[in-house]
Design a protein around this ligand. Structure first.
Ligand code: ATP
Length: 246
């Protein structure tokens, strides 16, 4: 799998964004609120709000996704491409048992059903919960369900947009571990959006730094966090709890 984003633009909100992600690679996308991280991710998924249009190119294994027919994109979503958002409750159907929600993407893409759903729920640490409704679970448990859904069809690329921001610290670490295990087992690539540098340091091999709609710095996590080049990255580091770079 290769994801090639070239000269991505979304009005003047995102400008000239280019980067690649290779199979199994874990890439962080960091930057302050409003810098264009989520819009970049949504344009890869073909989920930009209707009033926004993307220019440039987003290729998955050589296939152009920008402007691809909705039918083709919906075949990819939940299959080759999947995404975990910050707030699990908005991603789940409140009126459907979680087992059925985990089984759904597999049914749609003809990849198995209830039994695999149970196994997936087991693998994210939620054995025996398939008959529960989302409101009966904690926030961390709901995010585990969302992750099970996102991993159900062994995606080539998993995008996580601030997946642990809404959770308390001990739960955050567990969810990060599950995300890492999930992508490693499947050799899925990971694009991980966060404003938390400590999370990037523990999860990502490479990092892209966004500021005002542009990528201002990119490199290995080690290089960027120990020897930041751009003033903005230096400021981010100084404001974080990380010792690196000081
Ligand atoms: N539908 C929209 N129409 C117009 N502007 C939008 C729309 N959605 C987002 N924006 C603007 O685009 C900019 C980038 O938003 P984006 O959500 O990508 O930022 P972000 O880096 O992900 O921030 P956060 O960390 O808060 O999610 C922001 O200024 C936002 O207000």
């Amino acid at each position: 799998m290769t994801l090639e984003v070239h000269d991505l633009g979304i009005g003047d909100l995102v400008r000239g964004v280019s980067f690649d992600v290779a199979r199994g690679e874990r890439v962080g996308l960091i930057g302050e609120s409003g810098s264009g991280k989520s819009l970049t991710a949504l344009s890869i998924m073909g989920l930009l709000p209707e009033e926004l249009a993307a220019s440039g190119s987003v290729k998955l294994d050589g296939r152009e996704l920008l402007g691809a027919p909705e039918k083709e994109l919906s075949r990819l979503r939940g299959n080759d491409l999947s995404m975990v958002f910050q707030e699990p409750m908005t991603a789940l159907n409140p009126a459907m048992r979680v087992g059925a929600q985990v089984a759904e993407p597999m049914r749609i893409h003809r990849n198995g059903g209830n039994q695999r759903a149970e196994a997936l729920l087991d693998s994210v640490g939620l054995p025996g919960t398939s008959r529960a409704y989302p409101h009966q679970l904690s926030g961390g448990q709901r995010q585990r369900v969302v992750l099970a859904i996102a991993l159900a069809n062994d995606p080539k690329l998993l995008i996580c947009d601030e997946p642990t921001t809404a959770l308390d610290v001990t739960v955050q670490a567990q969810i990060l571990e599950l995300i890492l295990d999930g992508v490693r087992e499947r050799e899925s690539a990971l694009l991980f959006i966060t404003h938390d540098l400590a999370v990037v340091a523990s999860v990502c091999e490479r990092v892209l730094v966004m500021l005002d709609g542009e990528i201002v710095e990119a490199g290995t996590t080690r290089d960027v966090l120990t020897a930041p080049q751009h003033e903005y990255t230096k400021k981010l580091l100084a404001a974080s709890d990380l010792e690196a770079g000081r």
